[in-house]
Ligand binder design. Structure first.
Ligand code: FEO
Length: 396
């Protein structure tokens, strides 16, 4: 248990072990936390719960600040099991508690737990008086599920934002000013890039709406990672920037190689970019972390894909990345493709078609080489890198 304001307590659970986030298949190098908050006023309110396997730790925290039977409201801002997993246990202890949800939240909680609990459905602008202070609700559909909702606590000026503004980050400190801010920034960006990017237009709209309410915000308390205490609006500013889809004038080269030919081509393309002074990063899709790659793609303007041709297709380690490039709907990116082959040589054309499907504009045709590239073909790779870099510079 940790106190975050006079009558508001963090009662969640840190998960230092998780390295691959549950249903999302998302790498979590720094673990995560499932943040749950307890508000003590004339009424007692629990905001979100934790992932079921950590229920015991959560209950220990909770019991330090309240008797579970005294909880009047359980706000479920979002029903994904990492936040609602311990709800059935709370309701077993206290079947009379009122479960506060958005309309979609009711559907979602019912479809997860099949219990006829006492639901109170709220919509944007609705308020519940809990004594001295009030809870104010703001629906946030598709940030990132249809049921997602923010809860604001007046008086203490806390925005409980659930997944939005969160990060997969376990730390001994609870507040952003108690931890390494570079690590938190990196995890917040990775979270946005891998989860929220497809909903960027909604992010922009929701932030505008929340700002127009002119609610004073002292703390932003998401349900993963740190609580934003020092300059809490910084994470909102980051989200506004990220939602615009603006990127650095840099390039990410993602490739896989059967016997080193495509790898060599990637290195020579990189040389061309270097000659144009365009920053780049190289990732072998067979060994690099998929979500780290996607976070780098999110930051960069250019994406160059390379693969050997195998079985008239591409090397399989590229496929999940391509699936995400399509699904995450990155905007304002440009790309190209290259690869080596032994006989049929379809890979660059196939990769180009995947880039197009991901709405990444193919700038120019990339190089191909049969078996191992010769000196002339390596020069072509350098020239291609230079040309790609030139395009980025002229469009900067
Ligand atoms: Fe959408 Fe943290 O669950």
């Amino acid at each position: 248990m940790k106190k975050i304001k006079e009558n508001v307590f963090w009662v969640g659970a840190a998960d230092w072990e998780v390295r691959y986030f549950h249903g999302y298949e998302l790498s979590t190098h720094r673990g995560t936390s499932y943040n749950s908050y307890l508000i003590r006023d004339e009424k007692t309110v629990l905001v979100d719960t934790v992932w079921k396997p950590l229920t015991e730790r959560f209950l220990e925290n909770l019991k330090e600040v309240t008797d579970i039977s005294k909880i009047d409201y359980v706000v479920i801002n979002h029903a994904e099991p990492d936040h609602s997993g311990a709800l059935p246990v709370i309701m077993e202890h206290n079947p009379n508690a009122i479960v506060v949800v958005s309309k979609k939240g009711e559907e979602s909680v019912r479809r997860h737990y099949y219990k006829d609990w006492n639901f109170k459905v709220v919509k944007t602008g609705d308020k519940i008086s809990i004594g001295k202070n009030e809870l104010v609700f703001v629906e946030a559909p598709m940030l990132h599920w249809p049921d997602s909702m923010f809860t604001y606590l007046t008086g203490e000026n806390i925005l409980f934002s659930n997944d939005a503004f969160g990060q997969h980050f376990a730390a001994p400190g609870l507040f952003n000013d108690e931890v390494d801010e570079c690590e938190v920034y990196q995890e917040a960006l990775k979270y946005y890039a891998n989860i929220l990017t497809p909903f960027s237009p909604l992010v922009t709209k929701k932030i505008k709406e929340v700002k127009s309410l002119q609610l004073p915000v002292e703390l932003i308390a998401p349900s993963h990672g740190v609580v934003w205490r020092q300059n809490p609006m910084q994470i909102i500013a980051y989200y506004e920037e990220w939602a615009k889809g603006e990127s650095e004038n840099s390039v990410v080269i993602i490739y896989n190689s059967m016997w080193g030919a495509t790898h060599q081509m990637a290195d020579f393309i990189a040389k061309g970019l270097e000659l144009m002074e365009v920053p780049y990063k190289l990732f072998n899709s067979a060994t690099a972390d998929r979500n780290d790659i996607l976070a780098e793609v999110f930051k960069a303007r250019g994406v160059i894909l390379g693969s050997s041709t195998v079985n008239n297709g591409i090397l399989p380690s590229l496929s999940p990345i391509i699936e995400d490039l399509i699904g995450l709907k990155f905007i304002n990116k440009v790309g190209a493709a290259f690869g080596s082959y032994g006989w049929s040589g379809e890979s660059p054309k196939l990769l180009e078609s995947y880039l197009e499907k991901a709405k990444i504009k193919v700038l120019l045709e990339g190089p191909k080489a049969k078996y191992m590239p010769d000196e002339t073909e390596l020069k072509v790779c350098i020239e291609f890198g230079k040309e790609f870099g030139r395009h980025l510079q002229t469009k900067a």
